[in-house]
Design a protein around this ligand. Structure first.
Ligand SMILES: [Zn+2]
Length: 476
């Protein structure tokens, strides 16, 4: 990796923004939100199928509420979708259930699920007695009798409230029986990485993660050429019938660019901060980006120069990037906002304190991003503002400063603290992890996917690999 003197950061964000639209890119980079994965194969509503097998009918997803008569005419299953601002109580009342019953059922549900975690769009299935709780068949003022509530807080988990024989409610919670597999995707790039990745079946969230982890070393706009290739080994949950259910994180990713291979391994050191490391155990993450903006042209370097407005020579204590007005500016590293606002000749200005040694500053912004205020924490790559020409400036550009112990240094020359270098026990554990991942790559390559373990199903009876290859079980 050290032989790669690649441009920092920006390109990856730009490429991703191209693929997803800017807002989505930011979301994905923020949390790699798998919920956005839109692929046709990765189903997003397995609750529907689970309950489908339970009642033998297919819910209609396009409508907000559907009433389905079951084989037994006494029960109606009503599917409701949570809208913004809905509470579970509201939804149950909307279904015509008596408030006291709804309250009792929700109280039971609370033992396994916090109803405040409901998300808009989430599906809730209510089992109702078709004749209501009253014996009156006139339909006047009768309340529906609530028999059950079913919902799926995550792809792996189902919770259910059912009416007990004594008339009260009991809540149960079940893990869905999903398989945990590793999947390998490889391809050669003809045109761009995203089309090659799609052709290789790489789910969008995994592509987003791939771009994010390489963005410290690879400028995706300028460095990807036809004939370059990639390999990604990632984990995914699968339905029992072999349908992919949900992609999970990357274990290993490699890019071969102009014949040079960069390979990164996922590893969690004792510190608990999971990251990607090269084969030598050096973290890919740099503390700061040198170029906290996409596709910009360096228009003025660091050092003495004749000032374009003041007319005399003076020290230029940062570097300037010419870019169109409105171009997003990223936080160069994790840190806390120290200043955000007008600052004399700097115009609209943001300064971030990264640690006791490093600060970065960004000047002449047209606008400071929403929520960027002194004291606020920011993550590397987060948009903090937009290019402009406020303050003493002749045209839209970003003036960027890196401060080491309070003094401005040349951002292009300063030796940036690279991320962590593993040592001692961490390095030993990493070597074992690396060997395990390399074995998994080989074992997975033959089949395309490999059963690692049967998720939460007690014994991992389906495991097709020796135990030594198994990734540690989590959450079962
Ligand atoms: Zn400047």
């Amino acid at each position: 990796m050290s032989s790669h003197n690649r441009t920092q950061c920006g390109g990856g964000l730009a490429l991703l923004a191209g693929v997803l639209g800017g807002g989505a890119a930011a979301t994905l980079l923020g949390g790699l939100a798998y919920a956005l994965w839109p692929g046709p194969d990765w189903r997003t509503g397995p609750l529907a199928r689970d309950l489908e097998s339970e009642i033998g009918t297919r819910p209609v997803a396009a409508t907000t509420t559907v009433i389905e008569a079951e084989a037994r005419p006494a029960t109606v299953n009503r599917i409701m979708h949570v809208a913004r601002g809905d509470t579970l109580m509201k939804l149950i009342l909307k279904a015509g259930v008596d408030r006291r019953e709804a309250h009792a059922a929700i109280t039971a549900l609370r033992t396994v699920f916090d109803p405040r975690e409901l998300r808009p769009g989430q599906e809730i299935r209510l089992g109702l007695s078709a004749f209501g709780s009253g014996s009156s068949a006139t339909g006047q003022n009768r309340a529906e009798r609530l028999l059950s509530i079913g919902l799926q807080p995550s792809i792996e988990r189902i919770v259910r409230v059912t009416r007990a024989p004594d008339g009260g409610f009991t809540a149960t919670e079940a893990a869905r029986d999903l398989d945990h597999r590793t999947v390998i995707a490889e391809g050669t790039i003809d045109n761009n990485l995203s089309s090659a990745a799609r052709a290789a079946g790489l789910p969008m969230p995994v592509l987003a993660e791939l771009i994010a982890i390489f963005s410290f070393d690879v400028d995706f706009q300028r460095e990807i050429r036809a004939g370059d290739s990639f390999e990604v080994l990632y984990e995914a949950l699968y339905e029992k019938d072999g349908t992919p259910a949900k992609p999970e994180g990357i274990l290993y990713a490699a890019l071969t660019l102009s014949g040079e291979r960069l390979a990164l391994y996922n590893f969690t050191p004792k510190s608990g901060r999971t990251d990607f490391f090269d084969a030598k155990g050096h973290s890919v993450r740099k503390t700061l980006m040198r170029t906290p903006i996409d596709g910009a042209r360096l228009s003025s370097g660091f050092g003495m120069r004749r000032h374009p407005i003041l007319g005399y020579s003076r020290m230029h204590r940062g570097i300037d990037f010419a870019a169109p007005r409105g171009t997003p500016i990223y936080a160069a590293g994790d840190g806390r906002i120290e200043m955000a606002g007008r600052n004399g000749g700097y115009g609209k200005y943001v300064r971030i304190r990264h640690n006791s040694t490093y600060k970065t500053a960004y000047a002449h912004m047209s606008r400071i991003a929403k929520g960027i205020r002194p004291g606020k924490r920011v993550r590397q790559g987060q948009v903090i503002g937009y290019v402009g020409s406020t303050g003493r400036s002749t045209g839209p550009h970003l003036h960027y400063e890196v401060m080491v112990n309070g003094r401005q240094v040349n951002p292009l020359k300063v030796k940036l603290p690279s991320g962590e270098k593993l040592k001692g026990e961490d390095l030993e554990a990493f070597a074992r992890r690396r060997a395990e991942i390399d074995r998994l790559r080989e074992a997975t390559r033959g089949a395309g996917t490999l059963m690692v373990r049967a998720e939460c199903a007690g014994e991992a009876t389906d495991a097709a690999v020796p135990r030594s290859l198994l990734t540690p079980a989590s959450g079962c």
